[in-house]
Every structure is written in C-alpha cells, then in structure tokens.
Design a protein around this ligand. Structure first.
Ligand SMILES: [Zn+2]
Ligand SMILES: [Zn+2]
Length: 303
C-alpha cells in the first residue's frame, strides 16, 4: 500500500497552474469561435487553449497548498505525477469557478479526520458554509478556518490574503506569498491575483510590491480578455491584457504570468507580451524565486 507522497524538498517554491481558464472554461461548451475550436483539439488531443477553472498548487519545502479549488480540481490533481494530499487549501472568494472543487476536498477532510486544513478570508467562511451546509453541522466549528492576518505557513512560504475590487462582482481576495530571506537563501515575494480590476495605487503599494518598494519577483494576474474596451466598465470584473500591460506594479514584477483566460485570449499569439511575461497554460509550473528577467530557458511546460 502506498500512502500520499509529498513532493521532494528539492522541488521547492513553485506554483503549478492546474487551471488557467475563466469562469466558463475553454472551450465554452456552446461556442464555435477559433479559440474554442482549437481548444477542442483533434482526435482527442486537446488544443493548447484548452483551459480548466482556477486551481493553483503551491509547493515549498516538502509541503503544498491549493490556492482556490475550481470545479475541475479533481482532474487537475489527477494529472499530477503520483498521489498528493495538499497540506492546506485556500479559497479566495465564493464564486463557483474558485470553490466548487471544495466538495471533493471537504469529503476528504471528513474521511481523513481533519488532516487537510481549509482556509478562507474571515468574511468568506460563512459564504462557504452556506454553499456546503452538510459539511458545517450545527453547533460544531466547521472545517474552514479564517486566514489569520499574519498568514499561514506552507513550507518556507507565508500565505496571506487581501481584499481586492472585483468590479461588477463586488470584491474578491488575492494571495500574497512571501519567503523570508534566511539560511535557505534569498527571500522572494509573489502575488496571485486572479479576479480583480481597478486596484487602487495605495493597495498596490501595500500588497503588490516587494519589501522596500521594488517589484514582486512573480505576479500571477487574471486577464480574462485581450481587450474589453468595447464593454461598459460597469459590467466588467477582471482586468484585460491591454490594461495589465499598463499597470506599474505589473511592469515592475520580475515575471508576470497571465491567467484566468477566456476564449478571448489565444495563447498561440503572445508576441505582443514584453520580456518576462507569458500566458499561463494548464499545468504550467513557474519557479517563485524569479530573479529580474534574464533571457534563458522558459519555465517548464508540463503539457
Ligand atoms: Zn474567477
Ligand atoms: Zn469561444
């Protein structure tokens, strides 16, 4: 019998983007546009634009955590090389494309008597309880804990959450990841901001800069479309690529990975992205201690 294995410590400090699509996934099941057609693939082989809903796997120091658990999380974990039980799961906000995979994970929490820790920002915990009432029996503390302000350690990394504007959808949360400098080497700072638009400069200064005001080492940023300037701003909820390219805190980051991509983005056409920027694809792994951009081999693709 083999038990759950943890990833070996030498593979420290990576993010694997298991799901890189917007809320509807790509292909949209009713759509025949060129991107959705390419995504469907040929002879059962998916196209490069095939994207599942948000789930991101953080690995550090032999531990791992899921940042969001969209409805395709089971399939994403099934594609990993060997069994894995994350040490923690974080949910940023109570939208289907970020938490429906929690059903499977909450079942696991019950089977494994709480071995999997689940966290969400304090205001999101009751919303999760309302979505999964069976997992929150009356009179008992439920299986989801509030993320404390000082964050939650995962391996050598501290995970925190901060509130961000989500346009027409109100607000969401984003993740801040920090590895303090220490005996293990230089520290780094990263953020995963999948669902946001119109982040005010003071919020960006606090959360989207490295200590001292330098750029983050790594920014994972949601951009659902290339250019939504034709849509009324009041109806939008996520940055587009055109806006992302102008954000000072994105320009300052060592590497930028654009994710939460709808069928309005074709990852085969990335020539307009500056050095250090790339489109995410499902299962893309990025190394978090990214130095400021140096030309070299691209991060590994696992497709
Ligand atoms: Zn989303
Ligand atoms: Zn389409």
């Amino acid at each position: 019998m083999t038990g759950p294995v943890h990833i070996s410590p030498d593979q420290t400090d990576t993010l694997t983007l298991l799901g890189t699509g917007d809320s509807k996934g790509v292909p949209r099941f009713w759509c025949a546009c060129p991107v959705c057609t390419e995504a469907r693939g040929v002879n059962g082989q998916p196209g490069v634009n095939r994207r599942t809903r948000t789930a991101t796997l953080l690995r550090s120091g032999g531990q791992s955590a899921l940042l969001d658990a969209g409805p395709d999380t089971h399939a994403g974990l099934a594609r990993l090389n060997g069994p894995l039980v994350p040490d923690a799961v974080f949910i940023s906000h109570a939208h289907n494309d970020h938490l429906l995979g929690l059903g499977d994970l909450l079942d696991y929490v019950r089977y494994a008597a709480g071995r999997l820790r689940v966290y969400a920002p304090p205001e999101v915990v009751p919303e999760i309880a309302a979505r999964f009432p069976y997992a929150f029996p009356e009179g008992e503390g439920g299986p989801v804990q509030p993320i404390p302000p000082q964050g939650v350690p995962v391996g050598e990394v501290v995970v925190r959450a901060f509130r961000v504007p989500h346009g027409a959808n109100g607000h969401s949360h984003a993740y801040r990841l920090d590895r303090p400098a220490g005996a293990g080497g230089d520290g780094w700072s990263a953020a995963v901001v999948t669902d946001a638009i119109g982040i005010p400069p003071e919020l960006a200064r606090e959360w989207l800069r490295a200590p001292g005001g330098a750029g983050l080492d790594t920014l994972v940023l949601g951009t659902s479309f290339e250019d939504e300037s034709g849509a009324p701003l009041t109806g939008r909820s996520v940055y587009d690529v055109r806006e992302a390219l102008t954000l000072p805190w994105a320009q300052a980051a060592g590497q930028v990975v654009l994710t939460h991509l709808s069928h309005g983005v074709d990852v085969r056409h990335a020539g307009h992205l500056p050095p250090g920027w790339q489109y995410a694809r499902d299962d893309l792994t990025v190394h978090l201690p990214a130095a400021p951009y140096r030309p070299g081999p691209p991060p590994t693709h696992n497709l």
